[in-house]
Design a protein around this ligand. Sequence first.
Ligand code: ZN
Length: 162
Amino acid sequence: MKIAPGNVVGFHYLLRNSEGTVLESSHDGEPSIYLHGSRNILPMLEKHLDGHEVGDKLSVELDALAAYGPRKDSLVQKIAMKHLEPEGKKLTVGSTARLRTDKEVHHVTVLKLGKFQATVDANHPLAGQDIVFDIEVIAIRAAKPEELAHGHAHGLDGHAGH
Ligand code: ZN
C-alpha cells in the first residue's frame, strides 16, 4: 500500500537542525500518526511522504520558509501579566505559557518578567531554522469514514475516537 490521500500514516522521525543537532525524536515514544491529504502535518513533509510504503526511510530537508516560517520580531511583545498562564508549574524566564486574547490562545515563550508586564515571544520555537526530518514509515491503512469526516486520524488502529 502506498501513501495517498485518505490513508492514515504512522511514522517515526528524528528532527535535526542544519548543524546536525537533534531537536526531537519519536523513536523512544509514540510514532506520529496523521491523515494524509488533510494538512495535518507540514505541507512540504506531506508532499515528500506521498507514494512511500511501509519500511521506507527518507530524509526531508526543509528551509525555514517551508518549515515553520521566518522569525518575526513583531511577535516579541510586552503584555500584561494577567493574560499569561504558565504551561508548567509557574512562569519563569524561558518557560512556555498560554497567552489568552479575546479570540484565541497563543503559545509563547517568556523572555522577561516584571511585576505587571512580561515580554513574550510568540514565534514558533523552530521559526527561522532550516530543519531535516529523518523519517521511517511504519504503518499505512485506509482511513475510517469517521476519520475522513473529522479530517484527522484516530490513532494507529483508528479506535482512539472521540
Ligand atoms: Zn476526530
